[in-house]
Design a protein around this ligand. Structure first.
Ligand code: C5P
Length: 211
C-alpha cells in the first residue's frame, strides 16, 4: 500500500503524512529532505546549487545518513533544494531510492507514505491513495513565520511570504516534475483546518478509498 502526499511548502503535508504513517504503522519518507541534503552538500562544498555538475556530484554521493542532518530544516537549505530539484538529471539520480523505498518499505512494514512534490505524478504514479495538500499562500506564510518565532529565530513576515512565493514559483514552473496535483489525487485544502481536522479529513478519505 502506497500513500502519496504532495503539495507546496508549509501546506501541512509533512505533519499530515507523518501522522498517517504513524497511525497505519507504515514507513514514512520525507522526500524534501533528499533534495535539501543535495542542496546543502553543494553549498557546503562552496558550489552553486544551479550548477548541474556540482549538483549531480552531490546527488550521486548522497547516502541515507545525510538525511538526519538538522541543518536541512533551514530556509537556506530549502532554497538550495528547490534549485537542485529543478535539474532533471539530478532528479533522475534520486528517483531509484524513492521508488525502492515505496516498493519495499524498511523493516518489512506493510506500506509507505511518501511526501513531496511529484510522488503521485512521477515517483509512485500507481499509488493506491494520492493526496494533494494545499493552503492559501498567506496562511502558509503565517504558519511558517510562527514556527520560526516559536523556535526563537528572527523572522520577518513579508520576507517569509516572498520566500514561499518564490519557491512555489520555482517548483511549479520548472519543466522537470513540476509541482502539480495528479489527476487522480484528492485535494485537501488546509487553509481553514487545524492539523487534527486535516488528519480527520484525509484519513476519512483513505478509509473510504481503501475499503
Ligand atoms: O518539502 P520540502 O520543503 O522539504 O522540499 C524542499 C524542496 O525540495 C522543494 O521546494 C522542492 O523544490 C524540492 N522537492 C522536489 N520534489 C520532491 C520533494 C521536494 O522537487 N518530491
Amino acid at each position: 500500500m502506497i500513500i502519496a502526499v504532495d503539495g507546496p511548502a508549509a501546506s501541512g503535508k509533512g505533519t499530515l503524512a507523518r501522522r498517517i504513517a504513524s497511525h497505519l504503522h507504515y514507513a514514512y519518507l520525507d522526500t524534501g529532505k533528499i533534495y535539501r541534503a543535495v542542496g546543502h552538500a553543494v553549498l557546503g562544498a562552496g558550489g552553486d546549487p544551479e550548477d548541474l555538475d556540482a549538483a549531480l556530484a552531490a546527488a550521486r554521493a548522497l547516502n541515507a545518513a545525510d538525511l538526519a542532518n538538522s541543518e536541512l530544516a533551514s530556509d537556506i537549505a530549502a532554497v538550495a533544494a528547490s534549485k537542485v530539484a529543478a535539474l532533471e538529471p539530478v532528479r533522475a539520480v534520486l528517483l531509484g531510492f524513492q521508488k525502492d523505498f515505496a516498493a519495499s518499505p524498511p523493516c518489512g512494514l506493510g506500506g509507505a507514505v511518501l511526501d513531496g512534490r511529484d510522488i503521485g505524478t512521477v515517483v509512485c504514479p500507481d499509488a493506491e491513495v494520492k493526496l494533494f495538500v494545499t493552503a492559501d499562500v498567506e496562511v502558509r506564510a503565517r504558519r511558517r513565520h510562527k514556527e520560526l518565532l516559536d523556535k526563537g529565530e528572527a523572522s520577518i513576515y513579508p520576507r517569509v511570504l516572498k520566500a514561499l512565493k518564490d519557491r512555489d514559483a520555482r517548483d511549479s514552473n520548472r519543466s522537470a516534475a513540476p509541482l502539480i496535483a495528479a489527476a487522480d489525487a484528492i485535494v485537501v485544502d488546509t487553509t481553514a483546518m487545524d492539523p487534527d481536522e486535516a488528519f480527520a479529513s484525509a484519513f476519512g478519505y483513505i478509509q473510504k478509498h481503501t475499503d
